[in-house]
Write a protein that binds this ligand. Structure first.
Ligand code: BG6
Length: 471
């Protein structure tokens, strides 16, 4: 699928705000290195930060970051990346920072500006870019979460759109650059057997788990302004919901995918306080940058409904959290029971069939079905037909997405329409919610989430790949 009939012009410089930050260290430098290795990055990269750094400091950071992510890296490619780097240090509030940036950008006339910075700074930086004319012919890549709620997303969009036309705005959700997430779209619409069963008639419920066995990893201050609802549920999880729930795109092209996804967000019933359970791991309040009395959630479980013809009455259960027992992302689609009890044991299994999409750490698509156990009795067990989908060359999501943005390809980015429709889903519960319930690190979060899923449960346990938490 491609976006446009004509080939948009490639960017001739990458300006990268937040170059001394955590995201840069963990994700961006390794991605830039990968792009150099693939021959996709040959233009200057201007890092910008307010850290009293020099170009040498930036190079040291880039080197360390690439070495950590790619222990067997190609030293020549790393040197090439270091050679492409330039650096501007300064306060984003200070007009002098943008004058210095303009000078560093030099003759390049189609810059792409990547904002790997906290959302509160987006407007300041965009206004700064416009003040020196760096928005002209430029593109802007904005990190999620885009805004803090619906109203701030709309206000932010107004600022962005004063400087950049919609086709030059790239709202990044790095999950969309993940191979296994792209495969959700492919698997659904490259196969014909799924469509007849992919609806309220045959599907009982859907569960999505994005679990991480680590905490906030020094990002306490960021997390205080986000929480699991804004950090993961509103974007990464709802994107997964949209790919699974969308109607077939009307034509070949990402415009159709964007429209179909936006329609899902519009059809999701806005969450209310009884649809969610918020949790906070014990010890969160002792993290640097976290308020002693913080009520910010590090875990959230939600039950949502999509009010569409296809999905009427089918509950979707979402949960995500830090300090859970495993780092694993998985979807399980539960099918309904057979209509008649021909075999007693099959009726006893609450969900005799399922489709399981394992998205991380490894890729798997599994069809769960009951198979007869050898012997005289008609009794069986739950088995899975498994297709492994990992093991293929997996480009880092940021490598792919930054490369796409530099080429002007918006296929894997989110539209403002979708962003606003997704905020509408969570907007109410951002402020109207019960207090976060404490949970012990290493557990599956507050037990109140079991009440939320009720008779559609139990929550399936993706850390036990052989039984998948079900009998
Ligand atoms: C980020 C969140 O967007 O996604 C993090 O801010 C989360 O809190 C991360 O850990 C998960 O993404 P990945 O690609 O590391 O699984």
């Amino acid at each position: 699928m491609t976006t446009a009939a004509h080939e948009p012009a490639r960017s001739d410089v990458l300006v990268f705000f937040g170059a001394s930050g955590d995201l840069a260290r963990k994700q961006i430098f390794p991605a830039l290195y990968g792009m150099v290795l693939e021959g996709e990055l040959t233009v200057p990269v201007v890092g910008v930060a307010f850290s009293q750094w020099t170009l040498e400091d930036l190079r040291t950071r880039a080197r360390e970051s690439v070495e950590a992510a790619h222990p067997d890296h190609d030293p020549q490619a790393l040197d090439t990346l270091l050679g492409l780097l330039a650096y501007v240090d300064g306060d984003y509030q200070d007009p002098a920072t943008f004058r210095a940036l303009k000078e560093a950008v030099g003759d390049a006339h189609r810059p792409v500006h990547y904002l790997a910075i906290p959302p509160v700074l987006f407007a300041t930086v965009i206004e700064g870019l416009a003040s020196v004319g760096l928005h002209k012919h430029g593109r802007v890549v904005v990190e999620k979460p885009f805004g803090r709620d619906l109203a701030s997303a709309q206000a932010l969009d107004a600022v962005v759109r004063k400087a950049f036309p919609e086709e030059s705005v790239f709202r990044i959700d790095h999950f969309l650059g993940k191979e296994q997430i792209m495969n959700l779209l492919y698997f659904r619409f490259a196969n014909s057997f799924l469509e007849p069963v992919w609806n309220r008639d045959r599907i009982a419920s859907v569960q999505i788990t994005i679990a991480e066995d680590f905490g906030v990893q020094g990002r306490g201050a960021f997390f205080e302004s986000a929480g699991a609802l804004r950090d993961v549920l509103e974007n990464h999880m709802l994107q997964i919901v949209a790919l699974l729930a969308m109607e077939p795109p009307a034509y070949q092209g990402y415009g159709a995918v964007h429209e179909a996804k936006a329609n899902v967000f519009r059809a999701i019933r806005p969450l209310t306080r009884n649809d969610i359970v918020r949790g906070q791991f014990e010890g969160y309040r002792d993290e640097p940058g976290v308020a002693r009395g913080s009520d910010v959630e590090t875990y959230v479980a939600a039950r949502l409904f999509i009010d569409s013809w296809r999905w009427a009455g089918v509950p979707w259960y979402l949960r995500t959290g830090k300090h859970l027992p495993a780092t694993v992302h998985e979807v399980i689609v539960e099918f309904k029971k057979p209509p008649q009890a021909l075999f007693d044991d099959a009726m006893m299994a609450q969900h005799p069939n399922h489709l399981r999409f394992r998205l991380q750490p490894d890729g798997e698509i599994a069809l769960g079905a009951r198979v007869k156990t050898p012997g005289e009795e008609f009794v069986g067990e739950q088995r899975e037909l498994i297709a492994e989908t990992s093991g293929v060359a997996d480009r880092r999501p940021y490598e792919r997405l930054l490369g796409d943005a530099m080429q002007g390809d918006r296929a894997l980015f989110t539209s403002e329409e979708s962003v606003e429709a997704a905020w509408r889903v969570v907007d109410g519960v951002l402020t109207d919610h019960a207090p976060a319930i404490r949970y012990a690190p290493g557990t599956w979060g507050p037990t109140e989430a079991d009440t939320l899923i009720g008779g559609d449960g139990p929550w399936h346990d993706p850390s036990t790949p052989t039984s998948h938490g079900r009998k």
